[in-house]
Design a binder for this molecule. Sequence first.
Ligand code: FAD
Length: 381
Amino acid sequence: MNFDLTDEQKMLKETVRKFSEKEIAPLVEEMDREEKFIEDLWEKAKPLGTLGMGIPPEYGGMLTDYLSFGLMGEEQGRVDAGVATVFGAHSLLCANNIARNGTEQQKKKYLPILASGERRGCMGLTEPGAGSDAVSLKTRAKKVGNEYILNGTKTFISNAPIADTAVIYATLDPSLGAKGLCAFIVEKDFPGYTVGRKLSKMGLRSSPTGEIVLEDCHVPEENLLGGVEGKGLRHMFSGLDIERFMWGCLAIGIAQAAFDASVKYARQREQFGQPIFNFQMIQDKLATMLVEIEAARLLAYKGLTCWDQGKLEEARMLAAQAKLYACEMAVKVTGEAVHIHGGYGYMKEFPVEKYMRDAKVFPIGAGTTEVQKLIIARYLR
Ligand SMILES: Cc1cc2nc3c(=O)[nH]c(=O)nc-3n(C[C@H](O)[C@H](O)[C@H](O)COP(=O)(O)OP(=O)(O)OC[C@H]3O[C@@H](n4cnc5c(N)ncnc54)[C@H](O)[C@@H]3O)c2cc1C
């Protein structure tokens, strides 16, 4: 086993770290307080090329391997998981889905403008009545002439308020179950597409989340993702596998930030005439946090490496494990970080209360912890 990152991966990590610390970090508090994404960051990210992280170079992106993608998510998550979600919903959930499943015509049309950041993407799967049981979604797609007419509502959609290109899942006929599922590339300007409510959140507040309402939305037939009806489940499942790794990497980034802040604080804070770092019960917490972060990282990196090596069965199983472990770990570690900071940890002056709020969504999004356990158990049958 080789645990070394390549020179390219190290360079990418370094570049993303520098960008995140220079451009994102100074805006984190304001974005969290105001619950908004500062548009300037999008413009600044364009020349970096990372908006095209999920897109192969032949279509203008910089996708080389998925481990690199994960490393980028971890670095961004360390500074602000909300901004990492804005970039990830665009480059992974939307663009990478089109890159993996689109027709040549769809790739040529959409990927270069998504890679450059001229267009901004999102992915609409979840509905008010269909979350964990995504296959039961109700958004209807009806073929009429050379168009599909879409009707339905998507909710909890990352980037919905700011995106102009959405991959939307719908069913041709609910009675067909999984066989009726399709995905469509839907542009904001298509008649019948409305951006619904922007939703207010506990954490991840720099990531705009909202609804998409489709009322007799006209989608040209050439925008059926992959060009073949009934492939939606396959697109959905393969997308979710990669999303789980990325979500896990973001969670690892938050946990790392919470750990670093805790070590720094424990060294500075004095009680009983000495730094609280000297107390063994604090050392116990820090040691456990560190081990759990590293364990989550190894799980995620191993899974991503398997994915890159084409060992997809093993990678899928690891995606569920990495997502489950890393996201639960982040909730635990950020909670411990608040505790190590004592009363100050509960105050907004220190970053750890935000890390804790941000971390809480990770065991929910991209398939809850319970769903990951069901997936793992399915592999054990
Ligand atoms: C901030 C945020 C961003 C998101 N971004 C997107 C996005 O960009 N695109 C998108 O399509 N979706 C997005 N989602 C939706 C997300 O994927 C869903 O919230 C998630 O899949 C859970 O669905 P639900 O919220 O409907 O919960 P439910 O499915 O209603 O689950 C409620 C509870 O029941 C449990 N449960 C459900 N079924 C079972 C079972 N069989 N066994 C045991 N327990 C079960 C769950 O684990 C959970 O604890 C986002 C969500 C959030 C919070």
